[in-house]
Design a protein around this ligand. Structure first.
Ligand SMILES: *Cc1c(COP(=O)(O)O)cnc(C)c1O
Length: 421
């Protein structure tokens, strides 16, 4: 069937040697093929990326950087890392790229380390308004080791309040200002943030984890010309392997490299570095640029159709790959909606909305994203169908109705197969 994506013979070998794990691989593949993947941070990588990830580059220790390693035998992995670096610099027009961070959170640890000392003040987007854990959550290193002051969105527009951001910057004199979030459907005005950074002498850090793929596909404006440093993940819209990356101005290149290694990590995961190179090459194609634009068109269509189903789009819609939906109009909270959709084969997440009266474990909203369904080839017509499926699932208590919706989901996803032999 579809097992050839795991290298055919090698997968047979794994099945014989470890039937428990091989059956997990197969059933997870089936789950991805049959459900609707609307988690805004997930995507389906190409088989070429999976091939690089499953390669023998995983065996190689390569502490250091190309040409300056602490171990022998790095001549081949050096080529892979140099390709990833050159492709990243060229795709984003960046002075410097570090392709080694294991994840988005790791990349952010390196950014803090390159520009700040524990106790320093950093300004970042508030978590309840869409910021990420690494933007100062009290349960994360960022909130424990730094004095993170939060800015948020305006209650009337649900868009970033740049006046508040500027006032907070002047009052707190942060070393660094972070923009970028994990649940913000609109674009960030990088020019305004740059001006505020210049006014208070702060480093401009953009955490582009969510939207960098849209930048790569030239579908939205790039933060790279404005920011001192841009960190991101490679596995969201960008459609690469799970991992992180950092772009920086030349003046910060040495500080970033030192902060990643030896500052934060040991050896890089060279199979993932090769996978990042493969993904970056894919991102430079006209097909990917079309994909990035389609992701936004689909997100807007999904958002509009959900509004037609009696739900409210936070900030009036979306300009990106994700929408934040206030579902209070349905009488159901985010937690229940998430569970009901899950039982109907629709994989999305509950999400706080700005000024949410509910606790973070309950929430009044859901977050939906279109990177994965767009990779599958779905378009605006499918988004309308998906909105209706979501609405029916959210409003249904009856397990048999949810099971019925699940079979409609399976019928839809079977028309858009992924990873088929
Ligand atoms: C996803 C995300 C991260 C973290 O990425 P991981 O790879 O899960 O560590 C960091 N910042 C933002 C804004 C994100 O959306």
């Amino acid at each position: 069937m579809t097992k050839d994506i795991f290298y055919g013979p090698d997968f047979d070998l794994l099945s014989k040697q470890d039937p428990e794990i091989s059956s997990v691989l197969l059933s997870e593949l089936k789950r991805q093929q049959t459900n609707l993947q609307l988690i805004a941070s997930e995507n389906f990588t190409s088989r070429a990326v999976l091939a690089a990830l499953g390669s023998t580059l995983s065996n190689k220790y390569a502490e250091g950087y190309p040409g300056k390693r602490y171990y022998c035998g790095c001549e081949e992995v050096d080529k892979a890392e140099n390709l990833a670096i050159e492709r990243a610099k060229s795709l984003f027009g960046a002075d410097h790229a570090n392709v080694q961070p294991h994840s988005g959170a790791s990349a952010n640890i390196a950014v803090y380390q390159a520009f700040t000392k524990p106790g320093d003040t950093v300004l970042a987007m508030s978590l309840p308004h869409g910021g990420h854990l690494t933007h100062g959550s009290p349960v994360n290193f960022s909130g424990k080791w730094f004095n993170v002051v939060s800015y948020g969105v305006r209650q009337d527009t649900e868009l970033i309040d740049y006046d508040e951001l500027r006032d907070l910057a002047i009052a707190n004199k942060p070393k660094m200002i972070c923009s970028g979030a994990t649940a913000y459907p609109s674009l960030v005005d990088f020019e305004k943030v740059r001006a505020i950074c210049d006014e208070v002498g702060a480093i401009m850090w953009v955490d582009a984890a969510h939207f960098i793929g849209l930048v790569a596909g030239k579908a939205i404006p790039s933060p790279v010309p404005y920011a001192d440093v841009v960190s991101f993940t490679t596995h969201k819209v960008l459609r690469g392997p799970r991992g992180g990356m950092i772009l920086a101005k030349e003046a910060h290149a040495a500080a970033i490299d030192k902060a990643v290694f030896p500052g934060m990590q040991g050896g890089p995961i060279m199979s993932a570095v090769a996978g990042k190179a493969v993904a970056l090459k894919e991102c430079a194609t006209p097909e990917y640029q079309k994909y990035a634009k389609d992701v936004i068109v689909n997100a807007q269509a999904l958002c509009t159709a959900l509004e037609g189903e009696g739900m409210r789009a936070v900030s009036g819609g979306t300009q990106t790959h994700l929408a934040l939906i206030d579902i209070r109009g349905t009488g159901v909270n985010g937690k229940v909606a998430d569970e009901r959709c899950g039982n109907a084969g629709i994989v999305l997440n509950k999400n706080s909305i700005p000024f949410d009266p509910e606790k973070p474990g309950i929430t009044s909203g859901i977050r939906v994203g279109t990177p994965a369904t767009t990779t599958q080839g779905m378009g605006v017509e499918e988004m309308k169908i998906i909105a209706s499926l979501i609405s029916r699932a959210i409003r249904s208590e009856d397990p048999s109705v949810l099971a019925g919706i699940k079979s409609e989901v399976h019928a839809l996803t079977s028309k858009f197969p992924i990873y088929n032999a």
